[in-house]
Design a protein around this ligand. Structure first.
Ligand code: NDP
Ligand code: 2IT
Length: 445
């Protein structure tokens, strides 16, 4: 396979899908040599079969708002690959949602899930519905309308959705409630459920905690065993960002930034546990904006900006794709940043990744570093199948073990002759090999 040729073909067949092309291109560069060392892969055209989603559902949703207006939204479910287990991946509600964005996410999810050690294939879904400013009743009606279409195509052994941007505990409750009513079964065909109806302890925390466990695995190789003295810049202020901050504080680090789509806060004194509790409340109860934090604690607020120009030793992008570009990466390095670990999916542009690798800092790509969320989703599926629930300690210990194993896979496949670990290549090759071998064993499908 020649990377340029495969990419050109994909671009011709699926034009105007820049995020999807970007995600595929990164993986193709990593796996090129390994793939070409296995002529049997090429014979079975594994490359096109692993890049193109197996199935895409796309449909219109109609729902009624509080004023009685009838609204429409587009919604999708991308079932990318189920070679190693049922389709699995989150649902995103955001006005920017498009087939390209969901295809990039489903593609990444396939490799991420392969790294978790658990039997899960890759999927993603969502809608261009914008939950901002909507009442609970509107969100509920939208979720119910969504499920009326989607429920046929999902199931505990078929496809198990979860949360992502704009989809948290509230939305999962509404989606799962309607699913259960239509399917007439209680088999847990969603993860991230409430604890009262099959949810797993530690699932809300899992992506953020998992990212810090991954970061600690990277730092341990440099002899660093806690975060004391580290200055940490985090973007986002949602599920991933807030639990990331919580774990950073627990390990002694100082968190100086958080952001939302309106801007970022820089709190020189540090966002401590008390202030973080306020952020949780602001986000989950009042669904407010970070500007209110700046007003309350009298700290710097930068409208429309991103936090990467603030001096830090560790950066944890945890908001959205392409939120950290090449210039940001240069500034981070100039300011002494020595580790970047991605809570978000594809937050760094290709130019930014190039800067991190060139400077040989510790760089944990999302599909490895943020795999803790889907890993605990996998553990939620196990608990649902067995009809039991594990304690917080049990789930947390398993999560730590999984993140260590993902880190080990990256080291195994990504160590370069001078000892530098290229975690991008490591994660991509390890994930690819597992899925490719499973596809080979199952014949041409
Ligand atoms: P949330 O909806 O809880 O939070 C998203 C945060 O990012 C909000 O602060 C939001 O600000 C901000 N944000 C979203 N879109 C943009 C944008 N276009 N520009 C600037 N800021 C933006 O989502 P999550 O925390 O769950 O997800 C964050 C990232 O982590 C995503 O990339 C997601 O794919 C990834 N991820 C999530 C997992 C999970 O388990 N939830 C697992 C693995 C990865 P605002 O409120 O203003 O929109
Ligand atoms: O990107 C992700 O890994 C998620 N949004 C979580 C997926 C899941 O099924 O828990």
């Amino acid at each position: 396979m020649k990377v340029e040729q495969v990419l050109d073909n994909l671009k011709r067949r699926f034009p105007n899908e820049s995020e999807y092309h970007q995600a595929v291109e990164e993986v193709l560069h990593s796996i090129e040599d390994v793939y070409n060392a296995h002529p049997e892969f090429e014979k079975q055209n594994i490359i096109e079969r692993i890049c193109i989603p197996e199935r895409i559902f796309s449909f219109r949703i109609t729902w009624v708002d509080d004023k009685g207006n009838v609204n429409t939204n587009m919604a999708y479910r991308i079932q990318h690959n189920n070679a190693i287990g049922p389709y699995k991946g989150g649902m995103r509600f955001h006005s920017s949602v498009s087939p390209s964005i969901l295809k990039f996410l489903a593609f990444e999810q396939t490799f991420k899930n392969a790294l978790t050690t658990l039997p899960m294939g890759g999927a993603k879904g969502g809608s261009d519905f914008n939950p901002k400013g909507k009442s609970n009743a509107e969100v509920m009606r939208f979720c119910q309308a969504f499920m009326l279409e989607l429920w046929h195509h999902i199931g505990p052994e078929t496809d198990v959705p979860a949360g992502d941007i704009g989809v948290g505990g509230r939305e999962i409750g509404f989606l799962y409630g309607m699913y259960k009513k239509l399917a007439r079964e209680n088999t847990g065909t969603f993860t991230g459920k409430g604890l009262e109806f099959g949810g797993s302890l530690i699932r809300p925390e899992a992506t953020g905690y998992g990212n810090i466990y991954f970061l600690m695995n990277m730092l341990n190789r440099k002899g660093i065993t806690d975060l004391k003295g580290q200055v940490v810049a985090i973007s986002g202020s949602g599920n991933v960002a807030t639990y990331t901050a919580e774990k950073v504080l627990e390990l002694g680090g100082k968190v100086i930034t958080l952001s939302d789509s309106n801007g970022y806060i820089y709190d020189e004194a540090g966002i401590d546990s008390e202030k973080l509790a306020y952020v949780f409340e602001l986000k989950n109860v009042y669904r407010g904006r970070l500007k209110e934090y700046a007003d309350k604690y009298n700290c710097k607020y930068v409208e429309g900006g991103r936090p990467w120009a603030e001096a830090c030793t560790i950066a944890l992008p945890s908001a959205t794709q392409n939120e950290l570009n090449g210039d940001d990466a240069e500034i981070l390095i100039k300011n002494g940043c020595m580790a970047v670990s991605e809570g978000a999916n594809m937050p760094s542009t290709p130019e930014a990744i190039e800067v991190f690798l060139k400077n040989k800092i510790l760089y944990g790509p999302g599909k490895a570093a943020n795999a803790g969320g889907v890993s605990v989703s996998g553990l939620e599926m196990s608990q649902n199948s067995m009809k039991i629930s594990w304690s917080k300690e049990e789930v947390d210990a398993k999560l730590k073990g999984i993140m260590a194993s993902i880190h080990q896979s990256c080291v195994q496949y990504g160590t370069e002759p001078d000892g530098f670990v290229n975690y991008v290549n490591g994660a991509n090759i390890a994930g690819f090999m597992k899925v490719a071998k499973a596809m080979m064993a199952q014949g041409v499908l």
